[in-house]
Design a protein around this ligand. Structure first.
Ligand code: PEP
Length: 235
């Protein structure tokens, strides 16, 4: 089971270190052995090997080892922090940062060539959801253009855009329908759900047959709450 916390543009160095200390202590003392991932902002990155029970990942990167890409972070910089897992395709990068499918596919191919673990995010906007399930699936499959789905270090996060950060999660039946259809094609690739997951709705989401984990934003911003989510996911 994968339980991942996406900090987005929240937390700074001190609070991230305190968060990771608390999380590592919780995982150590509880003996929980899930695949726990945390994605802090770049300025708060800590060496991945300092926390044996947590995988620290990058929310973003530029698909180059290094070079003339002002303001960007490449593989050389992530290597220094032993970062080996990344988010790609998050809707905030697609929409707010205007990343195209073509660029996302370049990032994906670069991550794959580095053997990084990838959580690849897909999700439809509200107007597509309003057109029904087949319209949703057509939209989601288009987000796999240029993506090698046979990559062994891939997990896919289904995150309906209208459910991210809104406090309104998708209905469990709708999540199940999408994850089941994705599973048919993606076979053993772990599938996550993301979009307003919290301590109230996690149990019913994580119990779905095709759900292998969750990607959480707001409800994971406090270490104590993230630990609570991890605990609930064990039941
Ligand atoms: C996310 O950013 O991936 C996310 C799912 O956020 P939230 O849990 O706040 O909806």
């Amino acid at each position: 089971m994968i339980i991942a916390a996406n900090f987005k543009t929240n937390h700074a160095r001190e609070s991230t270190a305190a968060y990771l200390d608390a999380l590592e202590f919780f995982l150590n003392t509880s003996g929980i052995k899930s695949d726990i991932r945390v994605y802090p902002p770049f300025t708060a990155l800590l060496r991945g090997d300092l926390y044996p029970n947590v995988k620290i990942g990058a929310q973003n990167f530029y698909p180059a080892i290094n070079g003339a890409y002002t303001g960007e972070i490449g593989a050389q910089q992530l290597d220094e922090f032993c970062i080996k897992n990344v988010l790609i395709g998050h809707s905030e990068r697609r929409i707010v940062l205007k990343e195209t499918q073509d660029f996302i596919a370049k990032k994906y191919t670069f991550a794959l060539s580095n053997d990084w673990e990838i959580i690849y995010c897909i999700g439809e906007p509200k107007e597509v959801r309003d057109n029904g399930f087949e319209a949703v699936m057509e939209y989601l499959w288009a987000e796999f253009d240029g993506i090698d789905i046979n990559y062994q270090n891939l997990s896919v996060a289904y995150e309906p855009i209208w459910a991210i950060g809104t406090g309104v999660s998708a209905q469990t039946e709708d999540i199940a329908e999408v994850l089941d259809r994705l599973k048919d094609k993606l076979k053993s690739t772990p599938l996550l759900y993301g979009g307003s997951v919290n301590t109230e709705n996690l149990q019913s989401i994580i119990s779905l047959k095709s759900c292998d984990g969750v990607l959480v934003g707001n409800a994971a911003l406090e270490a104590a709450n993230f630990c609570k989510l991890i605990q609930i996911a064990q039941k």
